[in-house]
Write a protein that binds this ligand. Structure first.
Ligand SMILES: [Zn+2]
Length: 298
């Protein structure tokens, strides 16, 4: 399996001299199965460069785009994904509905004439939409599993298992705290109930989901100090990400969804702190911070 990161930044694109190393594009990650098939996690602005790269190779494209949730940073690159403009290509978008609007309209609405010159219905590729909740299904012979995570709206994490290899992608997720759950109003009650139904630590359902993953990509938006003022915003601090990785005995943990104001130097420092934690506590996994262009093969 092979991963390539095309967008690693959370919330909003952040071009500029302080983000040239890690990159300023919002989430999009390419996964190649061992059979060569292409799966894409999220359609943030990073998907534009991925699309250009795919076109430069001149192949017809058949792919699945797995959307964690429709906040802008995870869908705003799709209107600029050139393979969608080319007939003969086939793209299946997978993601969650909202009570008031289904997946297809969520994607189509950001391309309504008021926001964008080309409408979804004018795209030449064959487009399919598949709405999911917590599910298990197969694509390209790989087993895909989804889990609702702790982030406003119906946000899922994806786990893919293929011929004994595994990867988990959870771009946006906050530590679930039973006390906090009763005070926040922007989280889905249906999802909160799933966490509250867990005996003991409610985050155990996340740990069970990621258990033993070869590669674990997870939200590390905040430092522990920053998180104190951001409870209820739907994101994690890096120590929680390490904590999940340790409990689930993953092999490799990738810090993802960097805070928009975070400079390259600051991400370097966060990674150093994570390496220290790992060494100091004799944790048994590798850790890296996602940057645009990072490739992981296993
Ligand atoms: Zn996000």
């Amino acid at each position: 399996m092979k991963l390539k990161f095309w967008g690693v930044r959370g919330s909003i694109p952040t071009p500029g001299k302080h983000t040239v190393i890690y990159g300023g594009n919002t989430p999009s990650v390419e996964l190649r199965l061992d059979n060569g098939e292409l799966i894409i996690f999220d359609a943030g602005t990073g998907i534009r460069n991925l699309g250009d790269y795919l076109i430069s190779k001149g192949e017809s494209i058949r792919t699945y785009i797995l959307i964690t949730h429709p906040h802008w940073d995870h869908i705003q690159g799709f209107p600029f994904f050139k393979p969608a403009f080319i007939s003969g290509n086939e793209i299946t978008i997978i993601g969650t509905d909202r009570d008031e609007i289904d997946l297809q309209h969520i994607i189509a609405d950001q391309m309504k004439r008021i926001y964008f010159p080309i409408q979804l219905s004018e795209l030449k590729a064959l487009l399919h939409f598949r709405s999911i909740g917590e599910d298990e299904f197969e694509i390209f012979g790989a087993k895909v599993k989804t889990l609702y995570v702790n982030h406003p709206g119906f946000t899922v994490g994806y786990r893919i298992d293929y011929k004994g290899k595994s990867i988990v992608y959870i771009s946006d997720n906050e530590p679930f705290d039973r006390g906090v759950a009763f005070h926040v109003t922007n989280f889905e009650p249906t999802v909160q109930k799933k966490f509250l139904a867990q005996t003991g630590d409610p985050n155990q359902r996340i740990v069970d989901f990621i258990r033993g993953a070869d590669v674990f990509i997870h939200d590390a938006t905040y430092t522990p100090e920053e998180y104190v003022d951001k409870v209820g915003w739907g994101h994690s601090h890096y120590l929680f990400t390490l904590h999940l990785a340790d409990r689930a005995k993953v092999k490799q943990c990738v810090l993802f969804h960097h805070e928009p104001n975070r400079t390259d130097e600051q991400i370097d420092k966060i990674l150093e702190k994570c390496q220290y934690e790992i060494k100091h506590n004799a944790l048994q996994f590798e850790c890296s911070a996602a940057y645009e262009g990072l490739e992981i093969s296993w």
